[in-house]
Design a protein around this ligand. Structure first.
Ligand SMILES: [Zn+2]
Length: 655
């Protein structure tokens, strides 16, 4: 071999070597890429899992502190099981943390400045009068026409346009009902047959005085063994007066424990401590028209006689106004599962607080409501399971009312509390929901993405600030007459608007008496005044406890944005836990003292700063976001159902 030949051989060997190295590197790259692709695909599999359906369960007021504590105590094994598959975390709530505002944000994916729900109570700027914020209503030819204040589409409307089916049961603020691709039964906001939010009747041989006109007392004398009385139905104009239409019922004492109730052709017998089944009454409005209502009675005692009748609910089989879409949905449901509570807030918390419905009666009533809701849920769940795609949303809300009335924490006295205090019934409620979630986990198929959400958490309500009294004492409001314990000047009866710069209506709101906006507005430039009031609010000290009352007060423009900001309060109040706006402020009333003890059985609340009462989120998938906001729920639903995200959404998908 010549030197040249030897050289070529070496060169070839080196080339082969380089070739092999390149080949090996290439193979490594290919394998690595393959792995990476496979990893990515696996990741996609776990993340998206080819979801075709979404199940959203709302539990109003489900508190993350409670969930965490009870999970740690081993009392919520199915919450734990779900948290292991996906997550259990806080769901940040909105300004202010009130159910109508929060559920509307969860449904629309936007802030209140766009959806137009700012508080339970709005105001008419022209005459300063409080207006119920749940729906708008007008009387047209002796009948009530309802409309919604909400100005943004909920997710089910958008899904409908993409041919995706939705079932939306008891979602707050869905009254009045609207058409879409699917079916809905309206929740919080549905009125009674009169158009009111509640109104019980107490039948008694004792003397009872009530402070709300919507609740009634019927004096009963059962000494002769029976009594003829009435139930109260819809209202109608008689001449120039609005009157309740009544229908006769007869009460017969069977013995010292049992009572017979005769209502038209329906007769029911109940024992002390028992509720009747649903009773149906047909009220004669005029020669041509009858209106139907449903009610239940609870017998407290025979001697003295005490019987409680629920708010007269809209009959789902013959509704005086639409409560479902399509129209016959509420009736079909009743025919299948039996009649049910239709009122937006059916829990008779007023009866409990007024001492005319016993604790025992109230708890049994909550159990009935939950029992009916469970029947509704499983009926729709079976249908949902059979569908290939779509969404099923169901909101439970007895949880909220039970916590309002059975929260036992005393933050202002026992600070910081060692442990959250609540009545056993609250704990049992969570335990029952745990079993319910267990059943869902056993039944849902792999193509279902599950989200369990709450609108806010809970804290105590121990002291109430009368914001109007505070504004008056600080020179922002002028009254023509002094307030006394007997005369609270509600509906701003004694306000001299020509000398008042600000006022409060609702539970977290202050409005400036702005020139050109308010009927008798006097303030030209409100910005400086807002700053001044905010500064003072944040420095209020409760003399009794020595504590600060307001954590933060917010300018509307700093927390909201959108076209509806014109309807927003100018200042939003974020209270410290333990404090809240008092009841009288909400309807433009005053108290003698600025801050008073909450003496009602309404011991828990959430209308504080949003920081203190986040809601809860549980999912059956891992999430990609650390802090989850309510506006993130809609984009997540769209991602699950493979819908192109609209540009105007405020949140991001967590999936
Ligand atoms: Zn609540």
């Amino acid at each position: 071999m010549t030197q040249d030949q030897e050289h070529i051989k070496i060169q070839n060997r080196q080339k082969r070597k380089i070739y092999i190295v390149v080949l090996v590197i290439s193979v490594i790259i290919i394998i690595a890429t393959g792995c990476a692709l496979r990893i990515k695909r696996n990741k996609d599999m776990t993340q998206n899992k080819e979801y075709k359906k979404a199940l959203i369960i709302g539990i109003d007021g489900m508190d993350p502190k409670m969930v965490k504590t009870m999970m740690a105590e081993g009392k919520l094994p199915n919450f734990k099981r779900l948290a292991k598959i996906g997550v259990q975390t806080e769901l940040q709530t909105v300004f202010p943390p009130q159910s109508p505002v929060a559920w509307t944000t969860i449904a629309t994916g936007v802030n209140a400045g766009k959806h137009n729900i700012f508080d339970f109570i709005r105001r008419n700027p022209k005459n300063y009068m409080p207006v119920l914020g749940l729906f708008d209503s007008k009387n047209v030819f002796n009948s009530t026409r309802y409309s919604s204040f909400i100005t943004t589409e909920p997710f089910w409307k958008k899904l409908g346009k993409e041919n995706i089916h939705s079932t939306i049961i008891r979602w707050p603020m869905t009254f009045p009902v609207e058409s879409f691709n699917g079916e809905s039964l309206a929740g919080l906001g549905v009125p009674d047959v009169k158009g009111f939010l509640s109104g019980y009747t107490i039948y008694t041989s004792t003397n009872v005085e009530l402070d709300k006109d919507s609740n009634k007392v019927e004096k009963i004398n059962l000494e002769q063994g029976s009594a003829d009385t009435v139930v109260y139905g819809p209202r109608t104009m008689q001449g120039s007066e609005i009157k309740d239409i009544t229908a006769p019922i007869r009460l017969e004492r069977i013995n010292d424990k049992n009572l017979r109730i005769i209502n038209g052709d329906q007769t029911q017998e109940i024992k002390i401590g028992e509720w009747t089944d649903w009773m149906k009454t047909s009220f004669v409005v005029n020669f041509f028209t009858k209106k139907s209502g449903i009610w239940r009675a609870y017998l407290e005692s025979i001697e003295p006689f005490k019987m409680f009748i629920t708010t007269m609910q809209i009959d789902p089989e013959d509704p005086v106004t639409e409560i479902s879409y399509p129209h016959n949905y509420s009736s079909d449901l009743a025919q299948e599962i039996g009649s049910y509570y239709t009122l937006g807030m059916p829990e008779e918390t007023d009866g409990l607080m007024d001492g005319v419905l016993s604790e025992d009666g109230f708890i049994k009533h909550i159990q009935q409501i939950e029992g009916e809701r469970n029947k509704m849920f499983w009926r729709e769940f079976d249908k949902f399971q059979q569908r290939d795609s779509g969404i099923f949303s169901f909101v439970f809300d007895a949880s909220d009312r039970l916590q309002h009335t059975h929260w036992r924490e005393k933050i202002l006295v026992d600070n910081p509390p060692e442990k959250i205090q609540y009545a056993e019934v609250v704990e049992n409620y969570y335990i029952n929901k745990d079993k319910f979630i267990g059943e869902i986990l056993n039944k849902i198929t792999n193509d279902v993405a599950l989200m369990i959400v709450s609108d806010h958490g809970f804290t105590s309500f121990e002291r109430g600030l009368n914001v109007n009294t505070w504004l008056k004492d600080n020179g922002y409001m002028t009254l023509t007459q002094d307030i006394t314990d007997e005369n609270d000047g509600s509906l701003f009866e004694y306000v001299d608007w020509s000398k008042s710069q600000a006022y409060s209506i609702g539970f977290n709101a202050i409005y400036i008496n702005k020139k050109g906006r308010e009927g008798q507005g006097i303030v030209d430039n409100k910005e400086e005044l807002i700053d001044e009031i905010i500064n003072k609010l944040e420095n209020i000290i409760d003399k009794k406890t020595g504590k600060k009352v307001i954590y933060k007060a917010y300018r509307a423009i700093d927390i909201w944005h959108g076209d509806e900001l014109i309807n927003a309060p100018d200042i939003v109040l974020g209270y410290y836990p333990g404090y809240r706006t008092d009841w009288k402020t909400a309807i433009g009333g005053f108290t003698v003292e600025q801050i008073t003890d909450n003496k009602k059985k309404w011991t828990g609340d959430h209308m504080v700063d949003k920081k203190f009462v986040p809601g809860t989120l549980l999912t059956n998938f891992k999430i990609n976001k650390e802090i989850v906001e309510q506006v993130d729920i809609v984009p997540t639903i769209y991602k699950i159902l493979d819908i192109k995200l609209p540009n105007d959404l405020e949140g991001q998908s967590i999936l």
